[in-house]
Design a protein around this ligand. Structure first.
Ligand SMILES: [Zn+2]
Length: 271
């Protein structure tokens, strides 16, 4: 069966009972997403306010001259003359027009949408069980909607800005990391694996060792005076870390009285 929703919906009034010319569905009250999607391809022949009681309404004419009416919408998401395919977003379920309670009235009319006496059995055509209270969802996969989607704003800059880095300092870093936990290929390429590995470590006040020495050298190369690279994270190394974080608009987190290096800082330190 195919359903005019992205997820689950409930049959609230079956087709044909007490002269009902369509089927009523609702995903409200926590059942599912209220976005109404096309169940049949075609062309939008009406999109807007219907004075006859359908409220905000979308009508799609298909290739068999059947008119698919999506009524009582809170919002219309398509326009007159648009071509739609199965899955195209048409509107949002609502309670507009002659409606008592939020729901979608879905109806098919043959030969013209001004012919209420020509309604077809929408439940049978869609393969929906014509029983009130039944919760249904699509059993056919719907193609992606053709409408442009709102671009997702980057949340984590590292994922979006990540570019592979290749240099001698990365090779040195990989060798140092492999002495601790031998999992990296020493190829001088800073990719996700090297980042994941180095993110296990921080450089904090009083740290000492090869990774601290490497960090001091790198900070100084980048113009942040970390002092003599002796492998001891004291002043001025800690001040250099802080200055580097501020200059690169990275977050600062303080421990032992100093902002320490870690996380995605490593990526920017390799760049
Ligand atoms: Zn209805």
């Amino acid at each position: 069966m195919i359903v005019p929703y992205k997820g689950k919906t409930k049959i609230t009034q079956p087709y044909g009972v007490n002269g009902h010319r369509g089927i009523d569905l609702s995903a409200a009250f926590g059942i599912g997403d209220l976005t109404i999607t096309a169940v049949q391809a075609g062309k939008v022949v009406f999109a807007g306010w219907n004075t006859g009681g359908y409220g905000n309404c979308v009508v799609v004419r298909d290739s068999q001259n059947r008119f698919w009416i999506y009524a009582h919408l809170s919002k219309v998401l398509t326009k007159f003359d648009n071509n739609v395919i199965i899955g195209t977003e048409l509107g949002i379920e609502g309670n507009t027009g002659a409606s008592q309670g939020i729901h979608l009235h879905l109806e098919i009319r043959e030969g013209g949408w001004d012919r209420p006496n020509k309604s077809l059995d929408v439940a049978t055509i869609l393969g929906i069980p014509n029983v009130a209270g039944t919760i249904i969802s699509n059993t056919v996969s719907q193609p992606e909607p053709t409408q442009p989607q709102t671009p997702v704003q980057p949340q984590t800059p590292i994922v979006n800005k990540f570019t592979y880095i290749y240099n001698d300092k990365v090779l040195e870093l990989q060798k140092i990391l492999n002495r601790k936990n031998n999992v990296l290929i020493e190829d001088g390429i800073f990719g996700e694996k090297t980042l994941d590995e180095v993110k296990k470590y921080t450089i904090e006040y009083h740290d000492r060792g090869n990774l601290t020495k490497w960090t001091q050298e790198r900070l100084t190369q980048l113009g942040f005076n970390a002092g003599y690279p002796d492998g001891y994270a004291e002043e001025p190394t800690m001040s250099a870390i802080y200055a580097f974080q501020i200059a690169n608009k990275l977050g600062t987190a303080t421990r032992k009285g100093f902002s320490y290096l870690g996380g995605e800082d490593w990526y920017f330190l390799c760049k």
